[in-house]
Design a protein around this ligand. Sequence first.
Ligand code: BMA
Length: 869
Amino acid sequence: MSAPSGFDQTQRRRWNIAEFDLVDSPIGAASPPDDADWIPAVVPGGVHESLIAAGKLDHPYRDLHEKDCAWVEERSWWYRAKCEAPEPSANGDVVLDFTGVDTVATVWINGRQVAEHASQFRPLEVPLASTGGVVEILVRCDPPLHGLPQPEVTVEAARKFQQMTGGDREDGESISDTLPEDLSMTLRRKAFDSWGWDFAPRVPSIGLTGEVFLTVRPAPRLDHASWQTLSLTEDSASCRLTVEGEGLGAEDRVCYRLTSPAGSVAAEGAAKANGSGEIVADVEVPDPDLWWTHDLGTPALYQLDVELEHSGKTADTRSLTVGIRTIRIDETPDEEGGRRFQFVLNGQPTFARGANWVPADMLTGSVTREIRENLLTLARDAGMTMIRVWGGGYYEPDEFYELCDQLGLLVWQDFMFTSVEYPDDDPDLRAEVEAEASYQVKRLSSHPSLAVWAGNNEAHAMHDMIWQGEERSGWGGYFYDDLLPRTVNEHGAGVPYRRGSPDGSIDSTNGVLDGDRHAWEVWHGEDIGAGPAPEELGEAGKNHFWRYSQDQGRFISEFGICSIPEMVTLDRWVTEPIQPWDQQFLHRVKDNPKDKIMGLLSFEAGTTSQDGMAAQTIASQMVQAEGLAYGIAHYRRRQPICSGTLVWQLNEPWPGLSWSLIDFEGLPKPAWYAVRDAFAPVVASLRQESSGAPVEVWVTNSAVREWAGTLTARLRKFSGETDSEREVEVQIPAGGSWKVAELAVPEDPQTVYAEVRDEKGNIPTARLFLDHLKNLPIEGTVTWDVRAESADIAAGRAYVTVRAGESFAYAVRVQPLSPDNRFDAAYFDLAPGDSRTIEVCGLEPGFDPSDMVVRTWGDDQREAGFSRA
Ligand code: BMA
């Protein structure tokens, strides 16, 4: 039996149709204009991509062009292509496979209308009536919201929400931070953030976003194969293969073979059709190589080949990459009067460390495998073990989940519903959601990375906040409580289901006692379940990251702080250099009120809106980095009562200001480095309960084995001398988090910082400042030299050795020359007399080493008018 590669690939004969032309017409025209000026279409891609390539549209992200592209929404778009259809065959039919149609489309073949489609969330398959000869394909994509009414239930709830919150949006465009004025999009199955979000412009993608194929489908055929690990014992795994097919007869059977990661046959066998169109085989796998997240083991992958035998011949084949693993969520009562929310992988309780994934580009057809691979690899390299695919975007294509399988990352998958009421009694919407759910659950659930399905993002949280327990119907509940769990139960290969995220029930939907919660007390500044701001923070500090330490939540599935991306990234998208709070800057802030960030920056770093771009950028970045490290350390110390933290957000869909750890060009922000340390499997951390209190030293072990080591904890003066020091031998069991020492603080705490270090360097060094950045003497600068042999210069690589002077240097980094530069270390501390070598790659080949500059917080502050500190 041959062994095709990839997940869920068939060996069917298929031809890619790549050459389409594109033209526009008034909305809904019956045919494309006669005198049409067709341009080559970018497929896969979209209308915007095609217009940009043809020089007919400025990129919507460039300068202020977002609004100039709005006319694209006001037209219908026609794609046409011609191809030779394969000859008809006795054993099969020919279909036209559109793997991504965004979103509303009508298809004609040889002048005859053959299909209508209205979903970005499932593909379109059009059977060809006759085969052989020339096929003329014509597709019209209409504006996705054209002709849709505004559902009453959505509008009513949104208005009520607006009254409750005062509707603070400054640009007058919408009724809240995230909702546009027109809410008809709840009736259309398309990424919600297309219409603008608090991190996204309004650039609704449209067109053929995926590849188009002519495919010969065999008869009978395999439609779907799923794989589930039912249970594990010490030395074997019980698994189940379920195959669905079309035209299966009672005599048809499937033969399967499971090949181990080492290439040997792990199991093989055959099973017969049972007359229901489904074939089930229970498969015992002796001595299985389990699929683990990368931190707990190896993400072992097996190949599963399935062959359909009909009349003694192979009629169809399918090949999947599968893993052997069990996954469940432990919700047993805990000692704080709540319930755990802990993912248990292969029987092993875990602490999930990760981030939220949003669409990697508003132009969905532009996201390549390389972009996804770069982002997910950076997630893995930051120690992340779970990625949440947020419900305001779209279901990612197969390659995303394949990458997560390979990288050992669990996936939390939201269904695509977010933040508003959806009219679940609308029959067209119901039918669409039903088709989408069944398609997506079947497509994704066999991936070993898939850990949980969640019904929506924040729809319950909003509903509960708006209606406060009032009985309502037709708002989306049917989807989350009935249709979606039923679909996951039927086709979900044992993957757990949650009705939404957040989803608590003991204290509130976004409460701390059970389920997952979104910790937006920090940044948005309100009490949304974790309690009011402590008095000492005052009004000015109400969105400060110290509030994380109050959060007693079980699983934090969102928490984040916004920052400004590097100038080298913004420079790719602006013609005139961007200045703080100029029109260009404001355009790139989509969260409201737009100056929310300034409160936090001035409170923590002393930054003012008058400071230069460089100073505001680094201040926002370091506050994000410090804040997330602070939050993660707190949540991890609460292990195992708290069992997960997912940062909002890993990536971003355009070059703007957002909560992302990695900017649009793929360049990690300082927070990515901070999170990388904070997410190590074993971490030491420092805590001070209140000002003047002793500094506590903690060790948290989220690995599978006990951790033992010798730690040095000290208070060190910024001028370099040690104030006090303790050496501690520690032995921490797997899953444990213990306080191991305390250090008394001196009278003048601003003169010292706390540090805990494993002298063997097995775990990251942790540092705690005892006051706000603005009150600390962290003005140190550094000297450096660059080593780059001619081979390095040709390869775009350099080694930069940095030395601190006589004062503590903070946020030490090589200044990126382009967003393509990569650094093995950046934005670190350097104590007086210390030095460190940074490896830089991704430089322009032939670069000039003297262009490389190392900067510190001291440099930034001096430039911004240091005296104010
Ligand atoms: C969360 C998300 C998004 C939003 C983010 C930042 O609530 O689910 O809706 O973009 O906060 O405000």
